[in-house]
Ligand binder design. Structure first.
Ligand code: PEP
Ligand code: MG
Length: 536
C-alpha cells in the first residue's frame, strides 16, 4: 500500500473526520473536445435537458419557498431567449461551452444593470443555471452528487456551494487555498464541519480516503493503518472532551473566581437552530442576515424576512437576540446589492454604507425587524459603522419604518440600535459613538483592518492574527470605554470562541462573548480555568 500523503496547512474549523475523498472540480479548469456545429448543438441541448431534469428532482424534494426558486430557474432554462443566442453562436463556429457561457454572461449583465435591485438580484439564479449546464456539458455532472460524510478537497469552496451540501451525516473540507477567517470557514465552524485551509498544492493522484484534522490543520490522504489508529485514538480523546463539555454546556458560564460571563451564540442560518437547545446559551449575540440575501431567488421581501426573524425569536423564547442588518460586500457579494468591480471591496461599499445607499432595501429589512421585535428581546446591530452620523441616519430610517407600521396598524416595536465595533476608527474613539445602545466587537474585521491583512488571503493569514498587541489594546480600550459610558460591550468575532484568546478578553474586562454554537461547551470549560480578577 502506498505511503500516506500528509499535508499541513492552517486549522479553520475544529474537529476530526475520516471519509471518502470528493474532489471539488473548478468548472473553469475543465475542458472538452469540441465537434461540428451539429455535435455542439446536440451537446448543449442535452446538457440543458439534463439540467432541467436535475431541477425537477430538486423541486420534488424542496420546501415551498425553495420550489418557487427552482421553478423560476426551470422557466429560465426553457426560455428560448436564453438558449437561442447560444445556438446561433454555435452555428457560427463557437463550441457549446463557450457559446453557453457567453450568452448567459450577457443576460447576467442585463439583469445586473437593471435599476430594480430585486430584479438584479436574480442574476444569481442565472449564475447557478450557467454552472449547472456547464457541469453537464463538461462531464462534471456527477460532481453535484456528494456522498454523505465525504471529505471535500479542492482549491477553494464558495459559501453558496457549502450551503448546498448536506453536512448532517458528517464530512470535512480541506483546501489548498482559503483562509481561517473567510466566510466559508465561519460557516464551517458554525455547522461543526472540520476544515483545514492553506494546504498548498494537493497532489492530483486519485485518493480513496482522507482524514482531516481541523484542530491542527492537517490532511492525510490514503492514511496508513497507524494513521487510522492515531485518528481513532484522537477521536476517543475528542469524545472525552465533548463529554466534559456536555457537563458544563447548560450551566451558567463563569470564571475560576466565579465571575459570571454571558456566552451567546452566532447564527448564520436559522436552520442551524433546529438542532440546538436554547438552554446552552444566554441568547443570540449575532445573527448574520446575509443568509437571506445570497440565496437563489433574489432579494427577500418583507414577509420572507419577517418569517425568518420571527422563527429565530420564537426559538430564543425571551433570551436576547441581536440581529445584524445586512453586511453585504467585502467577501460577501450579493447580486443586486453589492457593486461589481470595486478595486478593494473590503474598503468599499459594504455593511451599513451599502444599506444607507439603498434605503428602499434597507427599509424593508428594518420593517421586518421591527415587526419581529414584538416576539421578544430583539436588538438591531449595524455592521461596519465608521462615523457616528451613520448611526443617526439608520436610527432615523428605523423610526420612520416603525411610524409607518404603526400608521398601517401593523404590530411592531422599536428595537434598541447598537453597533459592531470592527472598524479601527470606532475602536480608537468609541466615546464618539455614544448614540449606540451597545457595542459588539467584530474581531474578524477589526483584525484584518488593524493588521492590513485580508481575512480571505492565505498568503497573509499569519499576519491576520487577533492576538496582535494592537488588536488587544483596541479591545481593552473599547471594553473600558463601554464601562465608563455604561454601554454594554460584547465580542462576536471568532476570537471569542478560541480558548487561546479568552484570558486576554477576560483581562480586558469583557464579560460577554458570542461564539459559533459548537464552541459553547469549549468556551465554558476554558473560562473555568481563567481568573476574572478585580478589573471587571
Ligand atoms: C467580525 O467581523 O468579527 C464579525 C463578527 O462579522 P463578520 O465575520 O460577519 O464580518
Ligand atoms: Mg465583520
Amino acid at each position: 500500500m502506498p505511503a500516506t500523503v500528509e499535508l499541513r496547512g492552517r486549522a479553520a474549523a475544529p474537529g476530526l473526520a475520516r471519509g471518502p475523498v470528493h474532489r471539488i472540480v473548478d468548472i473553469a479548469d475543465l475542458q472538452r473536445q469540441s465537434g461540428t456545429p451539429g455535435d455542439e448543438r446536440i451537446a448543449l441541448e442535452s446538457a440543458i435537458e439534463t439540467a432541467t431534469a436535475d431541477l425537477a428532482t430538486l423541486i420534488a424534494d424542496a420546501s415551498s419557498d425553495g420550489a418557487d426558486i427552482l421553478e423560476f430557474q426551470v422557466a429560465m432554462l426553457e426560455d428560448e431567449a436564453l438558449r437561442e443566442p447560444a445556438l446561433v453562436s454555435i452555428d457560427s463556429g463557437a463550441d457549446a461551452a463557450s457559446a453557453w457561457s457567453a450568452t448567459v454572461a450577457e443576460q447576467i449583465a442585463i439583469y445586473r444593470a437593471g435599476d430594480d435591485s430585486y430584479f438584479s438580484a436574480r442574476a444569481s439564479d442565472l449564475e447557478d443555471l450557467r454552472d449547472r449546464v456547464l457541469s453537464h456539458l463538461l462531464g462534471a455532472g456527477a460532481q453535484q452528487d456528494i456522498q454523505p460524510g465525504a471529505i471535500l478537497i479542492g482549491r477553494d469552496l464558495t459559501p453558496s456551494r457549502f450551503l448546498a451540501i448536506d453536512w448532517s451525516k458528517g464530512g470535512a473540507i480541506a483546501l489548498s487555498d482559503g483562509s481561517p477567517s473567510s466566510h466559508v470557514a465561519m460557516l464551517a465552524r458554525s455547522r461543526g464541519v472540520p476544515m483545514t485551509v492553506g494546504l498548498g498544492r494537493i497532489p492530483a493522484a486519485t485518493f480513496a480516503e482522507a482524514i482531516v484534522d481541523g484542530e491542527r490543520g492537517r490532511l492525510l490522504l490514503d492514511p496508513a493503518a497507524d494513521d487510522v489508529a492515531s485518528y481513532t485514538a484522537a477521536l476517543g480523546e475528542a469524545a472525552t472532551r465533548v463529554a466534559q463539555e456536555a457537563v458544563v454546556l447548560k450551566q451558567a458560564a463563569m470564571t475560576r473566581d466565579r465571575q459570571p460571563v454571558a456566552v451567546l451564540i452566532n447564527v448564520a442560518e436559522p436552520e442551524e437552530l433546529n438542532t440546538i437547545d436554547p438552554a446552552i446559551c444566554d441568547g443570540i449575540g449575532l445573527v448574520r442576515t446575509e443568509f437571506l440575501f445570497d440565496r437563489p431567488g433574489g432579494l427577500p421581501d418583507e414577509e420572507t424576512q419577517y418569517r425568518a426573524y420571527a422563527h429565530i425569536m420564537q426559538w430564543a423564547a425571551g433570551r436576547p437576540v441581536t440581529i445584524r442588518t445586512i453586511d453585504a460586500g467585502g467577501d460577501k457579494p450579493v447580486p443586486g446589492l453589492t457593486q461589481d468591480g470595486e478595486t478593494n471591496p473590503f474598503l468599499g461599499m459594504r455593511g451599513i454604507r451599502l444599506s444607507l445607499a439603498k434605503p428602499d432595501i434597507f427599509g424593508v429589512q428594518l420593517r421586518a425587524l421591527a415587526r419581529a421585535a414584538v416576539h421578544g428581546d430583539l436588538r438591531i446591530m449595524l455592521p461596519m459603522i465608521t462615523v457616528p452620523e451613520e448611526i443617526t441616519a439608520a436610527a432615523a430610517l428605523l423610526d420612520a419604518a416603525v411610524a409607518q407600521l404603526q400608521a398601517e396598524n401593523v404590530s411592531a416595536k422599536r428595537p434598541k440600535l447598537g453597533i459592531m465595533v470592527e472598524v479601527p476608527a470606532v475602536a480608537i474613539v468609541p466615546e464618539l459613538f455614544k448614540e449606540a445602545a451597545f457595542f459588539s466587537i467584530g474581531s474578524n474585521d477589526l483584525t484584518q483592518y488593524v493588521t492590513a491583512s485580508a481575512r480571505d488571503n492565505a498568503a497573509v493569514a499569519d499576519l491576520n492574527d487577533a492576538g496582535h498587541p494592537a488588536v488587544r489594546a483596541m479591545i481593552a480600550h473599547v471594553a473600558k470605554t463601554g464601562r465608563a459610558l455604561n454601554i454594554d460591550v460584547s465580542l462576536c468575532g471568532d476570537m471569542g470562541g478560541d480558548p487561546r484568546h479568552l484570558p486576554v478578553l477576560i483581562a480586558a474586562g469583557l464579560r460577554s462573548v458570542s461564539v459559533a454554537p459548537p464552541l459553547v461547551g469549549r468556551v465554558k470549560l476554558a473560562l473555568r480555568d481563567i481568573d476574572g480578577g478585580p478589573s471587571a
